[in-house]
Design a protein around this ligand. Structure first.
Ligand SMILES: Nc1ncnc2c1ncn2[C@@H]1O[C@H](COP(=O)(O)OP(=O)(O)OP(=O)(O)O)[C@@H](O)[C@H]1O
Ligand SMILES: [Mg+2]
Length: 420
């Protein structure tokens, strides 16, 4: 940028001389001659000054409305400029956990697009007209200024600006606070979604976990693919398995991975077997006795309902259904297209146990591991029950006590079954 700036300074003095000459011409030459000369001087200026500058103001028209383009550029530069700019401003983000870095005033950064250099500068003009205002910030007019060589005009004003706006909006979505929407009758209400579950802490077979992760990432990056094949950008997941195997935990991990909001629908009135109306705390909601006297069979009602749900959603959507009884579901209901990916979450195996031990006890191995491995292969225990045993029960509890508790619990599993 230094070279380019020196050049700009040089051109600046050339332009100043031209402007001075123009003023002299205006005084001494007749009008028709002047317009002629004006035309030529404009051409000369554009010849010697090869850069184009575009200013994006924060507010346009309506006084307090922030421009969408400005916000997108701000987001784009907050990610891209923090690597380069030497003076940065730090602000707390909405979730009060992360710092958002952005360019400080009069800071400039260079960007590169398809091997073309572009410069961004951040600045502000303070209103000169003395106005009385409760909000002094409102009198500052902040802007981003984009500078590029005029030979790249088409590329920058087309492709590059589109790219910046799209990328900026995507960053905004990634950084926003996510919400859990709950449907109460006719109304949606929402709470801030803050569930700590991640795929890393989810206890399940690592191969299966990776397969799901890949499937989700492919889906989330699949906008162009879905557009090309002419299908809606949607994917349906069916998670099935006994209570306490991590279905709701996985939904939270999915939402955290993809930065999606969660919509929790109360469908139990229509769909008794499909348990997709669970809240994320794991509490089961009461089923409503809502008898419908239409002629439709239960299965038809369910299928219609799910198809209705699919077509009601526009854009990028992942719909997750969970059930404890996959065997009771009608095949039409779970066919691909309605539920594309079926995932079984099951009792805790040794691999899943190791992840839980890592989460809860921060250990990778222990002399009790072989014994636990053998017991897990013989008995059915849910990850929820394993986790419960690994939690410290007293302040003085240590790793060995927790693992011994688990061994004891595992030994008791069969006894309970026998007693039943
Ligand atoms: N696979 C798992 N990985 C990590 N933690 C788990 C897993 N399964 C269960 N847990 C723990 O057990 C608790 C209950 O699990 P969760 O609510 O996800 O079960 P679920 O399969 O949705 O059960 P339900 O069928 O009753 O809805 C979770 O809060 C979590 O702490
Ligand atoms: Mg659940």
């Amino acid at each position: 940028m230094a070279g380019a700036k020196d050049m700009l300074a040089g051109f600046g003095s050339v332009i100043a001389s031209l402007v001075f000459m123009c003023a002299i011409f205006q005084q001494y030459f007749p009008h028709h001659l002047r317009t002629h000369i004006d035309k030529y001087s404009q051409r000369i200026i554009s010849l010697v000054y090869p850069y184009i500058q575009i200013t994006f103001n924060e507010t346009t028209g309506e006084r307090f409305m922030r421009s969408e383009a400005y916000i997108a550029i701000e987001n784009y530069l907050s990610t891209n400029s923090s690597k380069q700019a030497k003076r940065l401003k730090a602000d707390m983000m909405q979730n009060n956990q992360n710092l958002a870095l952005s360019m400080d005033e009069h800071e400039e950064v260079a960007d590169e697009y398809k091997r073309v250099k572009i410069w961004w500068a951040f600045g502000k003009n303070v209103s000169k007209t003395p106005t009385f205002s409760f909000n002094p910030v409102a009198d500052e007019k902040r802007y981003y200024k984009l500078t590029f060589h005029k030979k790249n005009r088409d590329l920058i004003m087309g492709d590059y600006l589109n790219y910046v706006l799209k990328e900026g909006n995507a960053i905004k979505i990634r950084n926003r606070q996510r919400k859990l929407y709950i449907n109460n009758g006719a109304k949606w209400s929402h709470v801030v979604f803050e569930h700590p579950a991640t795929f890393e802490t989810l206890a399940m077979d690592p191969h299966k976990k990776n397969e799901i992760l890949e499937d989700l990432m492919t889906f989330s990056k699949g906008e162009e693919f879905y557009e090309r094949i002419g299908r809606a950008w949607k994917r349906g997941y069916l998670l099935y398995g006994p209570p306490g195997t991590g279905k709701s935990t996985m939904i939270a991990a999915m939402a955290n991975l993809l930065k999606y909001d969660i919509y929790d629908l109360e469908l139990t009135a229509v769909i008794e077997d499909i348990d997709c109306s669970r809240d994320l705390t794991g509490k089961r909601k009461k089923k409503q006795d809502n008898s419908d006297d239409s002629n439709m069979t239960d299965e038809e009602k369910k299928t219609n309902f799910i198809d209705g749900l699919w077509s009601a959603c526009g854009g990028e959507r992942l719909i997750v259904f969970t059930t404890n009884h996959v065997d009771k579901l009608d095949p039409a209901l779970i066919q691909r297209g309605r539920m594309d990916k079926h995932v079984e979450l099951s009792y805790c195996g040794f691999e899943a146990f190791k992840i839980l031990a890592q989460n809860y006890l921060k250990i990778d191995s222990h002399p009790l591991y072989p014994k636990i491995q053998k017991l897990l292969s013989e008995k059915n225990i849910t990850p929820a029950d394993v986790a419960e045993n690994l939690k410290p029960k007293t302040a003085s509890a240590d790793v060995s006590t927790s693992l011994q508790d688990l061994v004891l619990a595992l030994k008791l599993v069969n006894q309970e079954v026998e007693q039943k």
